[in-house]
Design a protein around this ligand. Structure first.
Ligand code: CS2
Length: 496
């Protein structure tokens, strides 16, 4: 008898056992977690159970616990994705990280996550943890989108539908936004232990600590909770919001990565992550209570992260977004594909040279930073999709390009090309979706900017207005420079 074809994918219930505490003994000792998860206690609550958290903060935390002997366990909360919670639970929250090094991949299991929760069904457990004096750190990777900031300002957008619904609900178990859940958790903490806590934002935004603080405060202020004023006063004295810079390139996991993890470990891992060997975490040294000694994992604590933050945002993330849109116009798929063109490296270097003078003193040297970026972006082991980076552009590019454009004192041809490529990417495809497979919460409003006009200048202006950049929309030189680059990009030519 011929067995039925599986289409190349092994059914979930065949093959080696699933990764978990019971199967750790089958894994080579050098690839097992650096900590014994049974010895960790829940002391950190993390919001955003994505690949980036698992490849970044969870790795630093594991090193911190292993090297200090302190039991810092992470309870990771998924805002909405229940499948990842079920998959993590099925593996006792163990998962592997594969580093794509030049000399080949290196896989090992990470053990610092001790519990996985789904935000809404597990709301009571989340609040109980946030109320507990044992938990002294909350970390978050909820993306720009998860902050629900009003376009062009740092304030909470109380009219955003999900926020408005959360503000209207009487039942805090029903809260659907992380901002609302954090506000409720802090209120629960004030009412019980009242112990100080630090909220560590790990999202790619300038002054990310202030950004998180502003939306959580904004939520409390707009809420109808009777003790909201007390909570706000308690927060002012007992809750710290340091800013941090997180850095590690972590593409979305693919089936190929899952197969590779299984070969390396000898057990199945449904939620592996892959990342580049490089990782960095710079944190503002202002915590309200105990924290993991993350420096033992290589983190850097500094009085002011701004120079590092703006360098990383404007050079790495700025170049990433430029590669994403220019590369898409030229028909490329991954970052490494763009670096393989005869203009990709030049695009990165020229952007760094253009943006470097806008950065505050005290950060890394832009030219040396550009050398590292070229090497990191070229890593052939990483299949970092341009459409992953290009998604949510309406929220990313203001952070990455706009303040550099505002601060520049010399012509900015590369940023103009990048902006033109983004403009080009906002056209709707025939099926109404975004042209290059990206998604964006403002997608419909962006596509609308192409309607009712044939003048590229008008479209560029309207798009900048949708992003809240009224000043840039009024900059005729910039608008003309961007508009002039559109025909070539539309034809797939990259000229600069
Ligand atoms: C990327 C980032 O997807 C994106 O927008 O630019 O996720 C980038 O890979 C990380 O910030 C690197 O630290």
């Amino acid at each position: 008898l011929t067995p039925p074809s599986t289409g190349g994918i092994e059914p979930a219930d065949t093959g080696p056992p699933l990764l978990g505490r019971a199967s750790l003994g089958r894994i080579a000792p050098g690839l097992r977690p650096a900590v014994d998860p049974r010895e960790l206690r829940p002391r950190i609550v993390h919001f955003g159970l994505g690949a980036f958290h698992r490849a970044h903060q969870a790795v630093y935390t594991e090193h911190a616990s292993a090297r200090s002997g302190e039991p810092w366990g992470i309870v990771a909360v998924a805002p909405r994705s229940a499948p990842v919670v079920a998959a993590m639970r099925a593996q006792d929250c163990l998962y592997s990280v594969t580093e794509r090094r030049a000399d080949g991949p290196a896989t090992r299991v990470v053990g610092s996550v001790t519990e996985a929760l789904a935000m809404r069904p597990d709301a009571e457990r989340v609040d109980a943890l946030l109320a507990s004096a044992d938990v002294t750190v909350l970390t978050s990777t909820i993306t720009e989108k998860g902050h629900h900031r009003r376009t062009g300002t740092g304030e909470l957008d109380t009219r955003a539908p999900e926020i408005a619904a959360d503000l209207a609900t009487r039942e805090t178990g029903e809260l659907s936004t992380v901002v609302g859940r954090i506000a409720a958790g802090l209120a629960a903490r004030m009412r019980s232990s009242g112990a100080p806590i630090t909220l560590v934002s790990c999202d790619n935004m300038a002054a990310n600590g202030d950004a998180l603080a502003a939306v959580v405060r904004g939520f409390l202020e707009a809420s109808r909770w009777p003790d909201r004023r007390d909570v706000l006063d308690w927060m002012a004295a007992s809750v710290a919001f340091p800013s941090t810079v997180v850095d590690r390139i972590v593409p979305a996991t693919t089936d190929t990565d899952r197969h590779a993890a299984r070969s390396a470990l000898g057990v199945r891992d449904a939620v592996p992550v892959v990342g580049e060997p490089y990782r960095q975490w710079v944190l503002q040294d202002s915590f309200a209570g105990p924290r993991p000694p993350w420096e033992l994992g290589g983190a850097l604590f500094v009085p002011d992260v701004a120079p590092y933050q703006l360098t990383k945002l404007r050079l790495l993330n700025g170049a990433h977004s430029a590669l994403a849109y220019v590369g898409a116009a030229a028909g490329r798929t991954t970052v490494a594909d763009v670096l393989a063109t005869d203009w990709g490296e030049r695009l990165v270097r020229d952007l760094c040279a253009e943006v470097g003078p806008t950065l505050p003193a005290g950060g890394p040297d832009p030219a040396a930073y550009a050398d590292d970026l070229v090497e990191r972006f070229r890593n052939p082991g990483m299949r970092h999709l341009l459409r992953q980076i290009g998604s949510d552009g309406s929220l990313k590019i203001p952070e990455r390009w706009f303040d550099a454009l505002r601060a520049a004192r010399a012509p900015t041809p590369v940023l103009e090309l990048a902006l033109a490529a983004w403009v080009n990417s906002t056209r709707a495809a025939e099926d109404g979706a975004q042209l290059f497979g990206t998604t964006d919460p403002a997608g419909a409003a962006l596509a609308d900017c192409w309607q009712g006009t044939t003048r590229p200048h008008d479209t560029v202006r309207r798009l900048l207005q949708v992003l809240g950049a009224v000043d840039l929309a009024g900059d005729d030189t910039l608008v003309s420079g961007v508009a002039a680059r559109l025909p070539a990009l539309r034809a797939g030519h990259v000229e600069f």
